[in-house]
Design a protein around this ligand. Structure first.
Ligand SMILES: Cc1cc2nc3c(=O)[nH]c(=O)nc-3n(C[C@H](O)[C@H](O)[C@H](O)COP(=O)(O)O)c2cc1C
Length: 315
C-alpha cells in the first residue's frame, strides 16, 4: 500500500502497538484464519504492515476440504463450508511459513485437527518453527469425543489444551466457537488448560436454500456464517468473556469491516482484532482498517496506553 500523503511505497509507521500474551503486535489488527492467502494478498500490500497474520488451519496431512459449492452470500455476510482445505503441516513448514517470515510478517499458525492426536502432531511439528503464536481451532467435529466438537465440551477442551501446553513454549491462542450455550464456560476451560489468549468468535452454523430448486446452496448443506451480520453476537461474546476472565488476552473476531467496528471490540475488552470476510470483499481491508484505527487511537490516548501495556478497556 502506498503512503497516502506522498504517493510513495514507504512503510507506514504505526503509532499504537498492542500486546497479546506478552508479545507485541505493531498494531491491533490481524487477518482471520482462512481469509488470508499469501499468493493473493501479498500482491496488494506489504504483509509486515499488519499486526498479525493468522494462517489457514494447518492439519497433519493435506486435506481437500468439502465438495463445491462451498460458499454462499447471505444478508450482510456469507456462509462457508470450505472445510479446512490445506496442504498439510510438512508443506506449510517448507513453503508458506518461511515465506511469511522472510517478508517480516508476525505469524499466527492456525492449527486444525479431527481429533486430539491430530492437534498434538501439528503442535509438535511447529514447536521449533518460526511461528510467533499458535491458534488452536477447536471448532471442528472431533471424532475422539463421539463426534461432539471439542470446542463445545469444557472437559474435553481442558484436556486437549493441557496436553498441547506441555508440548510447546509458544503462546497458545484458543479460538472459541459461539455455537455453545455459555461461551464463558469453554473460555474458562481453555484458560485452565493453559491457554495464553483466546480468539473469538469462529463462524455460527447457518445455511442458504436455492428457491429455484428447493435445495441447499452449499453442498455440505450447512456452513459457517461470517461477516457484519455476526458482529453484535461476536461483541457480546467478547464482552461476556472479558467480564468472566479479566486478565486473559482476547482477540476479537466477527464482522469487522471498518476501524469503527474494530474499535467497538477494543472497547468491549479485546486486546486486538482479526479481520475475516471483509478481506474477501476487499483484500486491502485489513491494512486500511489498521491505518484508520491508528488515527482513531490518536484521539483515545487512555485506550491506546492500556493496549500498549497489555491491558484492556476498563468498565
Ligand atoms: C472462507 C473462510 C474460511 C475460514 N477458515 C478458517 C480456518 O481455517 N480456521 C479458523 O479458525 N477459522 C476459519 N474461518 C473463520 C474466520 O477466521 C473468522 O473466525 C470468521 O469468519 C468470523 O470473522 P468474520 O466475520 O470477520 O469473517 C474461516 C472463515 C471463512 C469466511
Amino acid at each position: 500500500m502506498t503512503n497516502s500523503v506522498s504517493g510513495q511505497a514507504e512503510p507506514y509507521v504505526y503509532r499504537h502497538p498492542t500486546q497479546v500474551a506478552g508479545l507485541t503486535w505493531k498494531n491491533p489488527v490481524g487477518t482471520a484464519s482462512g481469509t488470508f492467502k499469501l499468493d493473493a494478498c501479498g500482491d496488494f500490500y506489504d504483509v509486515a504492515q499488519l499486526g498479525a497474520i493468522s494462517t489457514k488451519g494447518v492439519s497433519p496431512v493435506p486435506w481437500e476440504g468439502n465438495p463445491s459449492p462451498r460458499t454462499a452470500e447471505s444478508p450482510s455476510g456469507m456462509v462457508n463450508a470450505v472445510g479446512l482445505q490445506n496442504p498439510g503441516v510438512d508443506e506449510y513448514l517448507v513453503n508458506e511459513l518461511p515465506r511469511l517470515k522472510a517478508l517480516g510478517a508476525f505469524v499466527i499458525t492456525n492449527v486444525a485437527g479431527h481429533c486430539d492426536d491430530d492437534y498434538a502432531q501439528v503442535v509438535a511439528q511447529l514447536a521449533d518453527s518460526p511461528a510467533d503464536m499458535l491458534e488452536i481451532n477447536i471448532s471442528c467435529p472431533n471424532v475422539t469425543h463421539g463426534g461432539m466438537s471439542v470446542g463445545t465440551d469444557p472437559k474435553a477442551l481442558y484436556q486437549l489444551i493441557a496436553r498441547l501446553r506441555n508440548m510447546t513454549s509458544k503462546p497458545i491462542i484458543v479460538k472459541l466457537t459461539p455455537n455453545v450455550t455459555d461461551i464463558t464456560q469453554v473460555a474458562r476451560a481453555a484458560v485452565d488448560g493453559g491457554a495464553d489468549a483466546l480468539s473469538l468468535i469462529n463462524t455460527l452454523v447457518g445455511m442458504r436454500i436455492d428457491i429455484r430448486t428447493g435445495r441447499p446452496i452449499i453442498a455440505n448443506v450447512t456452513g459457517g456464517v461470517s461477516g457484519p451480520a455476526i458482529r453484535p453476537i461476536a461483541l457480546a461474546c467478547v464482552w461476556k468473556v472479558r467480564q468472566a476472565l479479566p486478565d486473559i488476552a482476547l482477540i476479537g473476531i466477527g464482522g469487522i469491516d471498518s476501524a469503527q467496528a474494530a474499535l467497538e471490540f477494543l472497547y468491549a475488552g479485546a486486546n486486538a482484532v482479526e479481520v475475516g470476510a471483509a478481506a474477501l470483499v476487499d483484500p486491502v481491508a485489513p491494512v486500511r482498517i489498521a491505518r484508520e484505527l491508528d488515527t482513531l487511537l490518536d484521539q483515545r490516548p487512555e485506550l491506546a496506553q492500556r493496549l500498549e501495556k497489555g491491558q484492556t478497556w476498563q468498565h
